[in-house]
Design a protein around this ligand. Structure first.
Ligand SMILES: Cc1ncc(COP(=O)(O)O)c(C=O)c1O
Length: 407
């Protein structure tokens, strides 16, 4: 976003930036304390239940959580594990990915989307993103697939970034044509939908993270894989427990990636609230859209074609977005971020370095310029505070502050 920006003319006072915005001392990026104030008693009762049982690893709480989460996602099977990163690794192994294989994914995601592929012994390969949604672009994936470099390609791993599903209908069509498994990275997308299908019910399997910042979050690390395939689920249950179907018998090399009963019990409490929380996130995203429109500093066009300094997140018509993050593109992004930090307004950059340019992936042979949309997004994106308890007053102050920076 290198275009100049001229100060907007406001037709009348009703169009002035974020009317009614009152200066605040700070706006956090995420405040889990507010959630804890509402559900703390239930969480503590769940912790007490686990302590009373003296059963801390796997067991009844984990099985109940797996059942409830599977039902929530519309997946027949669910396998809890230690983190979202491990969930991806388990899903890749269970899908038959082997050393020497390749897995196609997006270059614009959290590191684990690609590192889990490498940890499974395979090579991540990338196709560029759709600049409107930041998700893997099916047209770019198709170019890769028709480009004839696919003899070792075993799977597609789309990421539902920021809480919006990747274009699963187009990607599944490609996967069918080229005989590939689809593994969803649904770490950021619990409750999101593509058409009528929930994240976690579309691929052969899907990985979820319950890292504390996620829409459904544990009080520590936790993850889970959903699948409709019973055999894959059975294999993942062995792999998460040292490849062991029964005590001290190890059929293959697995790892310790078991889910704690304590985390499962806490997640069971929170799962009941997640739809309401997602609705609240969607309401806050819509409110940001309105406030930015009223401030006259935003557009919803593509990334380049106009002079508004803020470009709002775009939602595909088929997507039910759960706004794990509300991410804008911002002109002079880094200066804006410093300005907001000085006002104690939390922001984040997800993600400043695309995966193909990470130092540890130099051996893959990619260079700057290979994925221009991902590289451009890395320079322009800025995540603003969003969580279910964020107040209207806080949102008004965020938007007013951004308008103050530009005007
Ligand atoms: C897209 C994506 N994939 C994978 C992960 C890995 O999850 P975890 O941090 O639970 O290992 C995360 C979360 O941080 C993520 O955002």
């Amino acid at each position: 976003m290198n275009q100049p920006f001229t100060k907007p003319e406001f037709a009348d006072s009703a169009d002035a930036p974020a009317p009614g915005a009152r200066p605040l001392d700070a706006v956090p990026m995420l405040d889990l304390q507010r959630q804890y104030e509402r559900i703390g008693a239930e969480v503590l009762a769940a912790v007490e239940r686990v302590c009373a049982s003296q059963h801390y690893i796997l067991g009844a709480e984990v099985e109940a959580f797996e059942r409830e989460l599977g039902e929530f996602c519309g997946a027949q099977e669910a396998v809890g594990c230690a983190s979202g990163t491990d969930a991806l690794w388990l899903a890749l192994l269970a899908a038959g990915v082997q050393p020497g294989d390749q897995v196609l994914t997006t270059p614009f995601s959290f590191f684990a989307s690609a590192s889990a592929i490498a940890r499974a012994g395979a090579s991540p390969v990338f196709a560029d993103i759709d600049p409107c949604t930041f998700n893997l672009d099916p047209a770019q994936a198709e170019c890769f697939l028709r480009g004839g470099r696919r003899d070792k390609l075993r799977a597609l791993l789309p990421v539902h970034l920021y809480g919006q599903c990747a274009n699963m209908s187009s990607l599944q069509r490609l996967a069918d044509e080229f005989h590939l498994s689809v593994i969803e990275d649904a770490a950021q997308a619990i409750g999101a939908r593509w058409g009528s299908c929930k994240a976690g019910s579309m691929g052969v399997s899907a990985a979820f993270s319950f890292y504390p910042t996620k829409n459904l979050s544990a009080y520590g690390d936790a993850g889970l894989v959903t699948t409709r395939d019973r055999e894959m689920a059975a294999r993942m249950r062995r792999l998460r427990n040292h490849g062991s179907p029964r005590r001290y018998v190890h059929e293959e090399l697995g790892w310790n990636s078991r889910l704690d009963a304590m985390q499962a019990a806490i997640l069971r409490v929170k799962l009941k609230y997640v739809e309401g929380w997602n609705d609240a996130r969607r309401e806050r995203a819509a409110r940001y859209d309105q406030l930015f429109a009223a401030a006259g500093i935003a557009s919803t066009g593509g990334p380049a074609e106009n002079a508004a300094p803020i470009q709002l997140p775009q939602t595909s018509t088929q997507a039910y977005h759960v706004f794990h993050q509300y991410v804008v593109r911002a002109y002079r992004r880094d200066e804006l971020r410093e300005f907001l930090t000085a006002r104690k307004i939390g922001t984040e950059i997800y993600y400043p370095i695309p995966l193909h340019l990470q130092p540890c992936f130099v051996y893959l042979g990619y260079r700057e310029g290979d994925f221009p949309q991902a590289e451009r997004a890395a320079k322009e994106v800025l995540a603003l505070p969003i969580f279910p308890e964020l107040t209207e007053e806080e949102q008004r102050w965020v938007v007013k502050s951004i308008a103050d920076f530009y005007c």
